[in-house]
Design a protein around this ligand. Structure first.
Ligand SMILES: [Zn+2]
Length: 296
């Protein structure tokens, strides 16, 4: 028996910049959803809240499909599912489709409308070396190959959750710039959107893995300089770059807080700092929206 339940549209107002995540438990589905706000560039954590009554729950949000299953025996909790509202998403009502499979084989379908609000991002002009806005012709092939490599790395989703507990800043002792989503004009010519946050720290400061995972890229790239990409499993990747020196290599497993590289200013950078981006499947989200989630 398949039934569609259409709950009332629920709207959540945020009142500006919030740092703590809130958790809602929709009556129509045995899940909880945690997030800071429903705005472009925000991460959403979905968990099962009633393991016994479900075999599995399939979530689908604007092309992202995530599966929640009860915890395997001897494991402390069921693995989380993370969803992302891409930085470039326009205000609209998105429908979170929830398929609930019960242990007796019955299936239920619930649709939860999520109202994505407007967010105004800051803008700025920056001056960088001319080769960073007009790369020399001999570098174009390298740049193309690097972009291909990065998108290939980010498309390989590990089914297991490799992270442990909440995410943390790679430079916890330093204050991040509030520049996620910033619209940038480089050298008055090249426009780009800043899909991460920057954290200034002295050259040589050791950066820590934001959570446990597997190193899927540790290399020097043209625009991002020395770069580390960590796969945390289930579609969540952290991308840290502009380093002076790398302390890990591809294939390494890292613990949360383990030193991965030393802060520098390689690539398209105007001084020693760390650039930190987070991708949830292909959605670009504010790393601190991921940090705010109550992961256990
Ligand atoms: Zn940056």
């Amino acid at each position: 028996m398949i039934s569609w339940v259409l709950p009332l549209l629920f709207l959540i107002s945020t009142g500006g910049q919030v740092n703590a995540a809130k958790t809602i438990e929709p009556a129509e589905a045995p899940i909880s959803l945690s997030f800071r706000s429903l705005q472009p560039g925000e991460a959403i954590l979905a968990r099962l809240r009633d393991d016994a009554s479900v075999k599995r729950v399939v979530l689908s949000l604007g092309g992202q499909v995530r599966v929640l299953e009860p915890a395997a025996e001897n494991f402390p909790g069921s693995p989380p599912a993370l969803l992302g509202i891409d930085l470039g998403m326009k205000p609209q009502v998105l429908h979170l489709k929830i398929k609930i499979e019960r242990p007796d084989g019955k299936k239920e379908f619930v649709e939860l409308p999520l109202s994505i609000e407007t967010k105004k991002f800051p803008s700025t002009r920056l001056d960088v070396a001319p080769a960073m806005t007009n790369p020399p012709a001999k570098e174009m092939e390298t740049i193309r190959r690097e972009a291909e490599l990065v998108s290939e790395v980010l498309s390989l989703v590990s089914p297991d959750w490799l992270a442990e507990g909440p995410f943390q800043s790679p430079l916890p002792a330093y204050e991040p710039f509030p520049n996620f989503g910033q619209q940038r004009i480089y050298n008055k010519t090249v426009a780009s959107v800043h899909s991460g946050v920057d954290i200034s720290a002295p050259r040589g400061t050791k950066a820590a893995a934001p959570n446990a995972g597997r190193i899927v890229l540790a290399a020097r790239l043209y625009f991002s300089g020395y770069t580390v990409i960590i796969d945390h499993g289930r579609g969540v990747f952290t991308y840290c770059c502009h380093f002076d020196e790398l302390l890990v290599k591809r294939g390494d497993r890292v613990r949360k807080g383990q030193a991965i590289a030393k802060v520098g200013s390689t690539g398209r950078s105007t001084g020693p700092h760390l650039h930190w981006s987070v991708l949830i499947l292909s959605a670009r989200v504010d790393p601190f929206s991921l940090v705010a989630l109550p992961l256990i």
